[in-house]
Each structure stands twice: as structure tokens, then as C-alpha cells.
Design a protein around this ligand. Structure first.
Ligand code: GLY
Length: 359
């Protein structure tokens, strides 16, 4: 079904844009989603899908609360999306273990965990002697850990596939290879100029184009600059059940799917939109992962790939209206787009349906 005039045009069909489109469609909105490339083909394809808010947002406050809320929404988000799409989603609330590299690091992690408990975050503290019982293949040098039992992992590629199927079932038009070039807000809506020269009129528009978001020109406004922070990831085909939790130590993390496929990450590079896989960085990530879990990983990874985290100069995502205009922003989720998708979609669905008088 092609909406003649959509209520809402969404620029970008990554996990943020597609989750929002799905939630809006469930509320009866007519939604058109345009993606400059392959829907779900960028950061939402590349991400490891680690769901670990307390390790990503160190400081208490609005964004830690938002991330914890999104984590709490995940199980139901996955259940509903599976039901709506008929597509199975790889998700497990397996817990994450943040491992200290030594005694000093352990005491910092332990103090942080005690503070986090006061903010209502469930944590368990494991001194070094207790670690082998939790994760048998860890480095013997691991200096203790903090366990977050509510954390988990999701395969974002399965989420994207399910979102595409759910959008199709709900009659949402999803146009791939269709760049949104310009938005012209006016008193009663937005005229949208597509890269192919076509113009679409809509009541509201939302920019969810990840690292490309600020390339969309909005007449009368300048957008907070979005830019890519490249990350390398490596993958291993392992037997299932060989790593019971997400594990991380400093910049290194290892995430195992229920199928056994295991991902280790990652680098943070300001390299523009360079997609090349650098063999040196792949080796560094592999070696760091082997130091963390030496008995788990084979001699070399089976796969390696890169992705572009959608960053801005802000320490949190932009989920807000652009001035008084009918244009909304949902970008800059940086390391946590997969985690924050359910709460971002929930927040914007509430305000957008209220603006349309549909709540
Ligand atoms: N979410 C982990 C990363 O961006 O590497």
C-alpha cells in the first residue's frame, strides 16, 4: 500500500527509524520510510547487539535511566515484533560480566557497582576466586568482575529483518535506495525533496539517518553535525553454550549468540566513511579478545567487518523536535542504537501521535 500523503515521513530505515515506523503504524499512522541504501544495512547490520546500559552510561542521570528503561522494554519489544512479523529474533537476557584487569580496576568497578545499586541497578560482585565458576574459559589473571544479570544481547540483523516484515504486513511503504535530500517545513507540514527529484508532502518528518543525518538539509535550520565513528568487529563460529554471558574488559567485549556465533569488538576510529577492513586492527581486537578469554577463541577469526557508529559531539542521542518545526530528530545514538531503539520509538511515538491527535 502506498500512502497518498503520509502522516509521517521517516528518513532512515536502520533500527531506530524502522522501530519508530513500526510503532507508529501499530497506532494507525500512515508512514513512509525512505532509506538512502539498504534498510538496516549500516550500523544496524554491523552492531554486536550488546545490551549493557550500566557499562555504557557511567554517570547517573536522564540518559542512564533512558537506557535502563529501553533494556526493560526489550523482551516485550522482541515478543511483539516476532508476533507481528513472523520472524524469529535472536535475543537473550544472558547477563554481562564486566571484568577488571587487576586489583585496582576491581576496586573501581566494585565501588561503581555499589553506587549503581543505589540507583536501582541490579549488580553482583565477584572477587577473582569466584570467576572460574562463572565463565570457565576466562584468563586466570582476571581481577574480579561485576555481573549485571539483566543485561543481554540481541542480533540486530534479525531485528531488522523482523522490522522489515512487520512494516510490510502493516502496510508501511519502505523505499530503499531513496535518499531524503531536503526538508521544507511550512505552517501545515513538510515538503520533502527526495534524491531522485520527487517531492512528497507529509504532516511531519523524522530524521533517523544515523551518521548521515546532518546531510539532510532542513530549510531555515542547521542540524547538529552527525559523523561516523568506525568500529571493527570480528566473528567466530563456536559451539553454542561456550560463553554464558556477555563479557567485557575495558574496550574489549565478547558476545555469543545462542547459535554459538561469537563476536568480539571493537575499535573507535575517526576515519570518515571508510569501509575498509584493516588487518592490523582485526589482529589487535582478536588478540585482546584472546587475552580476555584464552580458552574460548580459535587461532583466528572467521569473519571481520566494519560499521559506522552514528555520533555527534553530544554525550547522548538527539531525540527532539527541531525548534518549533514539524521535523523531529532521532540520531546520534553512537554506541547504543540497538539498545536504545525500543525507548526511542516509544518516546517519539507518544509525542508524534499526540501531535497528530491520534493518541
Ligand atoms: N556498542 C558497542 C560498540 O559500539 O562497540
Amino acid at each position: 500500500m502506498r500512502p497518498s500523503q503520509p502522516d509521517i515521513l521517516i528518513a532512515g530505515a536502520g533500527i531506530i527509524g524502522a522501530s519508530l515506523a513500526w510503532q507508529l503504524a501499530r497506532k494507525g499512522c500512515r508512514v513512509l520510510v525512505c532509506d538512502a541504501g539498504k534498510p538496516g544495512g549500516e550500523a544496524s547490520w554491523a552492531g554486536a547487539g550488546m545490551l549493557a546500559p550500566a557499562s555504557e552510561y557511567e554517570k547517573p542521570g536522564e540518559w542512564l535511566d533512558f537506557a535502563l528503561h529501553s533494556l526493560a522494554l526489550y523482551r516485550e519489544f522482541v515478543r511483539r515484533l516476532e508476533e507481528d512479523s513472523g520472524v524469529g529474533i535472536e535475543f537473550s537476557q544472558c547477563g554481562s560480566l564486566e571484568i577488571a584487569s587487576g586489583e585496582k580496576e576491581f576496586s573501581l568497578l566494585r565501588d561503581r557497582a555499589i553506587r549503581q545499586r543505589q540507583s536501582g541497578i541490579e549488580t553482583q560482585i565477584f572477587p577473582p576466586a569466584e570467576l572460574p565458576g562463572r565463565v570457565p574459559r576466562l584468563a586466570p589473571s582476571a581481577g574480579g568482575a561485576v555481573f549485571y544479570p539483566n543485561d543481554g544481547q540481541v542480533d540486530p540483523r534479525t531485528v531488522s529483518e523482523a522490522l522489515r516484515a512487520a512494516l510490510s504486513r502493516r502496510g508501511v511503504e519502505l523505499r530503499k535506495q531513496t535518499r531524503v535530500a531536503n526538508l521544507y517545513p511550512h505552517a501545515s507540514g513538510v515538503d520533502v525533496r527526495l534524491g531522485n527529484g520527487e517531492t512528497v508532502s507529509t504532516t511531519m518528518a523524522v530524521i533517523c539517518a544515523g551518521a548521515w543525518s546532518s546531510q539532510i538539509a532542513v530549510a531555515g535550520y542547521s542540524l547538529v553535525e552527525a559523523f561516523p565513528v568506525k568500529g571493527h568487529l570480528v566473528g567466530y563460529r563456536l559451539p553454542p553454550g561456550t560463553l554464558p554471558h556477555v563479557i567485557r574488559c575495558g574496550r574489549t567485549y565478547i558476545v555469543q549468540r545462542t547459535t554459538g556465533y561469537t563476536i568480539a569488538g571493537s575499535s573507535e576510529e575517526r576515519a570518515g566513511f571508510d569501509r575498509n577492513v584493516d588487518a592490523g586492527i582485526v589482529s589487535e581486537i582478536h588478540e585482546a579478545a584472546v587475552r580476555l578469554a584464552p580458552g574460548l577463541l580459535p587461532a583466528r577469526p572467521d569473519d571481520a567487518w566494519t560499521g559506522f557508529r552514528p555520533a555527534t559531539a553530544l554525550p547522548h542521542p538527539l531525540i527532539e523536535q527541531l525548534g518549533e518545526s514539524p521535523v523531529w530528530l532521532a540520531y546520534g545514538h553512537y554506541r547504543n542504537g540497538i539498545l536504545l531503539a525500543p525507548a526511542t520509538a516509544e518516546r517519539l511515538t507518544k509525542v508524534l501521535t499526540a501531535s497528530l491527535g491520534m493518541d
